[in-house]
Design a protein around this ligand. Structure first.
Ligand SMILES: *Cc1c(COP(=O)(O)O)cnc(C)c1O
Length: 705
């Protein structure tokens, strides 16, 4: 396999598409070779607009499209359209304003300036595509293709179609309203839906490259033929255009990785601004008397317009009118990407060959930020399955573009079954009656599930021995059973009675799995161990280990384990000093005046409190944090948003200094396990309690972003 670095090529290609649009409006090759210009601007460059529509469809449909996302897209596009209308109003006035009826028609369908047709087309097209998509792509795509074919009859093929007089009358009526058929009703829905289709399916690399060349050649032949026979009323639509686009999009998608928001913004700005730049170049050339160079030489004209448009877009994307707020203003979490990736690698090794990792991301990834954590792991590629506690956590991940199995470990009401299917989430089946209710609630849709077996924890799950019940669940119509798992409840302890219980649970689990398989039923993916299982049991013949706490580089507690792994803490918790002041001996501070100075004391106020997950009685628990690489004691009662520390013994602490509440500062490390122990709990509880208002920052190579 050749190694090719992937780039955000999908976003980057938008810039090429914007350049092609400028070419359409400036015809750079026409003075030298008219057919070449026709090929470039009237055939090849016609991929630009469908491309923009397809990426919109692709991103809207990623993780399932829904009304909220569509509404956001419509609002944003409408706002952009409004701005553009104002931007081009001076040119409209200069050219003479149309009548009210004509103005309204242009406003709704054609755009108020020649290039602006795209924005109302994108809005109408998106709404139609979304409406159609609700019937499923299998119906929506052919329906949109029919609309496209109707549009084609009024575009490149009009000369042929209008030979039939009744058809011509129909199209004439359409043109009275729409002007052209390349608008939102006929043209855009197909490309939105094709984009949406790519969020589910894609083609292989070789096929797409060969396919694109063949389709482009076919479209070129089609274009020249139609031009030759004089059939074209307009030249936006070809039969081979959607086919070209399928292959092109597939090529881009296969090499795509990440996003480039600047390219997105810049390409849109180039698109919107370039007609103004055409006016400026023409006007400027006339003023300085260089029409021959800047207007008549159309290649230079094209270059000048492109340079001005891209220059303006560059300036507008770099200038920030309103600076972004500093995420490190008060208190924040730092997520060490390298540590997370390292842990995934170590745990995968420990799980053994054939056993993958299912990253447990419940409780906002144990306070690490579920979306950030999942994105880092997805990019690394070792983890391909995820577990969360509830439906909303699953939807959050899907919305963030997380692919692969997402298993919901907790109870989801059967009334939400349709959402499970809509977001392609996998539900744990926690009992036979529940399975029946879920299958019923699915209303014919298929729900992916894993069977939770109760092997002795007696929390959620089907009693492991109840083979008859399991068999009945397999026969329910709407459940697709893709996995079987259980959870160990004493695997964290090496005490003999705990080990004995674990051995029993493990035995029961495999016995049940075997009996299911002996009935000829498919158990799908089987999984049993969580972090403590990996630390205390030998590698298991499973498909996944469901790792939570160990993935974050910490142990639940300081209890002994069979094997310590080389895992690194992922999270650091930081907070700023808000103020420093001196207390005289005998003065008291904080709520209830619970801290009284025995000597002259320097107190620092640190901007983190119990709303952020620090226990209110942290001082009584002998809590400490780090300042300037030294331990300082927390004193007084922890407030909701701040707390006091005694910094008498270290010099130079001042407002704005950064305190470390968890993690490393210089040579000293505050271990989560130790803090949890002093708080009388385990790392899991401490981390899961971190407040969601703490921004999550990624740390990579020492840099935060
Ligand atoms: C939380 C949870 C896990 C992860 O546990 P860790 O000890 O954090 O690895 C695994 N399986 C189930 C069923 C869980 O509820």
């Amino acid at each position: 396999m050749t190694f090719r670095r992937k780039k955000p090529i999908l976003d980057n290609f938008r810039l090429t598409a914007a350049l092609l649009v400028i070419a359409i409006h400036t015809s750079p090759l026409s003075p030298w070779c008219e057919p070449a210009d026709f090929w470039l601007t009237r055939i090849t460059a016609r991929i630009a607009v469908p491309f923009f529509l397809m990426v919109s469809g692709y991103f809207l449909a990623q993780g399932g499209w829904n009304k909220a996302k569509v509404m956001r897209f419509l609002k944003k596009t409408a706002f952009l359209y409004l701005l553009s209308i104002l931007l081009y109003l001076p040119l409209n006035i200069y050219a003479g304003l149309p009548s009210a009826g004509e103005g309204l028609r242009r406003l709704l369908f054609e755009g108020t300036f020649y290039h602006l047709w795209y924005l109302p087309a994108a809005m109408l097209g998106c709404a139609i595509a979304y409406g159609l998509s609700r019937m499923g792509l299998r119906i929506a795509l052919p329906a949109a293709a029919v609309l496209y074919l109707i549009g084609l009859g009024g575009d490149s093929y009009y000369g042929l179609v209008s030979a039939a007089i009744p058809l011509r009358a129909v199209y004439e009526a359409v043109f009275r309203l729409f002007g052209y058929t390349r608008n939102g009703l006929f043209f855009a829905p197909l490309f939105f839906l094709l984009g949406a289709g790519f969020s589910k399916y894609r083609l292989g690399e070789r096929l797409s490259a060969a396919g694109f060349l063949a389709a482009l050649a076919a479209m070129s032949t089609e274009g020249f033929f139609l031009r030759h026979i004089g059939a074209q009323r307009h030249d936006s639509m070809y039969i081979f255009l959607p086919i070209c686009m399928i292959f092109l999009f597939s090529i881009l998608l296969n090499r795509n990785k990440g996003e480039n928001p600047t390219a997105r913004k810049a390409s849109m700005l180039v698109y919107l601004l370039h007609p103004w730049m055409i006016v400026l170049v023409r006007g400027g050339a006339k003023v300085i008397g260089m029409e021959r160079i800047f207007i008549e030489n159309q290649a230079i004209h094209f270059l000048a317009v492109s340079i001005l448009s891209f220059g303006a877009a560059w300036i507008m994307t770099t200038i920030r009118l309103c600076p972004k707020p500093d995420l490190r203003a008060r208190a924040w979490r730092e997520i060490d990407e390298k540590a997370l990736e390292h842990n995934a690698r170590i745990l995968k090794e420990q799980a053994g060959p054939g056993c993958g990792l299912m990253a447990v991301l419940k409780a906002d990834a144990y306070g690490h930020g579920a979306v950030i954590t999942a994105r880092i792991l997805q990019k690394q590629g070792i983890v391909k399955a995820w577990a969360v506690a509830c439906l909303s956590e699953g939807i959050t991940l899907r919305r963030a573009g997380i692919r692969g199995t997402i298993l919901i470990l907790g109870y989801t009401p059967p009334s939400e079954a349709q959402l499970l299917s809509h977001w392609a989430l996998t539900q744990a089946v926690i009992g036979e009656d529940y399975a029946a209710a879920l299958s019923e609630g699915a209303k014919g849709r298929k729900i992916r599930v894993h069977l939770a077996l109760d092997t002795g924890m007696h929390r959620l799950g089907i009693p492991a021995g109840d083979i008859a019940a399991i068999k009945r669940i397999y026969h329910l119509p709407n459940l697709r059973i893709q996995g079987v798992y259980s959870h160990l409840c004493t695997a964290d302890s090496l005490a003999p009675e705990s080990v004995e219980f674990t051995v029993q649970q493990v035995q029961t689990f495999y016995d049940t799995v075997l009996r299911i398989q002996e009935m000829g039923l498919d158990t799908g993916k089987i999984h049993l161990q969580s972090s403590s299982g990996l630390l205390n049991l030998p590698p298991q013949p499973c498909d996944y280990a469901r790792v939570g706490i160990a993935l974050y580089g910490v142990y639940s507690d300081n209890a002994p384990v069979q094997r310590r792994l080389d895992i690194w803490p992922v999270l650091s918790l930081k907070a700023r000093v808000a103020d420093v002041h001196t207390l005289n001996a005998g003065e008291c501070a904080g709520y209830g005046r619970s801290f009284c100075a025995k000597r002259e004391t320097r107190l620092a106020v640190v901007g983190i409190g119990y709303a952020d997950g620090i226990p209110r009685n942290f001082a009584e628990l002998r809590g400490e944090i780090l300042l300037h690489g030294q331990r300082v004691p927390v004193v007084g009662r922890v407030c909701m948003d701040q707390m006091l520390v005694d910094v008498t013994d270290i010099s130079d602490v001042k407002r704005g200094d950064i305190a470390t509440v968890l993690g490393r500062d210089g040579a000293v490390l505050l271990r989560t396990e130790d803090i949890a122990e002093s708080c009388g709990t385990i790392s899991n509880e401490l981390l899961a309690g971190l407040g969601s208002r703490l921004p999550c920052l990624r740390k990579r190579k020492g840099k935060l972003s």
